[in-house]
Design a protein around this ligand. Sequence first.
Ligand SMILES: [Zn+2]
Length: 107
Amino acid sequence: MCYNKPCRCSCDMTLVKANEKYIGEYSPGTFAYGSADGYKTLWMKLPDNSICVIPIEPTGTDKQNWEWDGNLNKPTLKPAIVHWTVINGKQHEAWHGEIKEGRMESV
Ligand SMILES: [Zn+2]
């Protein structure tokens, strides 16, 4: 478990068949595909142990701001992800990094 805020860890990604309810029980780097509100989504357990849900399809909608390269096992997303957390009522950067060729790379 990483308690650094912000977390500067990086890790390889592992695809699992999980849903949002269960992905939280996996290690950082674990990811799964699912759907929410009519979108195909990428669910990820980030290096800081937070869960991030990114809509990847359909493209060109208000909500779909990330470009996915279509690689199921080693996905690349653009742009980078900045995940925030709230501690004592103040927003803090929890993890900032790139999803690149199946790796979560801190930047
Ligand atoms: Zn960390």
